[in-house]
Ligand binder design. Structure first.
Ligand code: AMP
Length: 217
């Protein structure tokens, strides 16, 4: 299964991709996670990406193509993948199409995680990662026991650098201007599926699984 996940920041792409990865044993390829790893490693490229990400802007299409083509060439991507956060621009979508044509592997679907804008804001401003377990949590939506379990495990609830309000606003603008047009792009190619992504993680996952079996939107 080869799929692209579309959706605004905070729409739950990462969470749903992780669940699908665990079930189907195909890698979740999150360009955001890859870029954060480069920033944390302090490489020269990571240092350049850091300020772009902190402002909520996009890293250049050329760099992203390099990152994604290297990643898709890894053996674990041979049987499928879930792209989370790529493509984000029309150019990236065209680059991906070309890359998959060269590899002779078609994309099965582009799945849009559709969320009410009010809920998006709470998801983003409330999002935390447990420093001890790596679990993704939300101070508004996660059960109290899960939040407490992190603290009990000796962890802290850490907020991403780009989850502050000013950056969130810019990330949403960038999404609307540069990424939202990809919905039409994939619809035209008969690849689009839409998931109602309001609701708890398991409910959304059940819809997501159903939608992977249905016809294009
Ligand atoms: P994410 O974790 O997917 O929200 O990505 C975090 C940040 O990484 C984004 O706000 C961008 O600055 C950068 N980024 C991730 N994926 C891409 C991409 N495909 N193209 C350009 N920038 C990206």
């Amino acid at each position: 299964m080869r799929i692209v996940l579309l959706g605004a920041p905070g729409s739950g792409k990462g969470t749903q991709a992780q669940k699908l990865m665990a079930e189907k044993h195909i890698p979740q390829i999150s360009t955001g996670d890859m870029l954060r790893a480069a920033v944390a490693a302090g490489t020269r490229f990571g240092q350049q990406a850091k300020s772009i990400m902190e402002a909520g802007n996009l890293v250049s299409d050329k760099i992203m193509l390099g990152i994604i083509s290297e990643r898709l060439a890894q053996p674990d991507a041979a049987n499928g993948f879930i792209l989370d956060g790529f493509p984000r621009t029309q150019k990236q979508a065209l680059d991906l199409e070309e890359l998959l044509d060269e590899l002779e592997v078609p994309l099965d679907a582009a799945v849009l995680m559709d969320v009410d804008p009010e809920i998006l804001l709470k998801r983003l401003t409330g999002r935390r990662t447990c420093s001890a377990t790596g679990k993704l949590l939300n101070i508004y939506f996660s059960p109290k026991e899960e939040l407490d379990a992190c603290i009990k495990a000796g962890g802290e609830l850490v907020q991403r650098d780009d989850d502050n309000e000013a950056t969130i606003r810019n990330r949403l603008d960038v999404y609307r201007q540069q990424t939202e047009p990809l919905i039409a792009y994939y619809r035209k190619r008969g690849k689009l599926r839409k998931v109602d992504a309001d609701g708890n993680i398991d409910e959304v996952y059940a819809r997501f699984r159903d939608i992977l079996r249905t016809k294009p939107a």
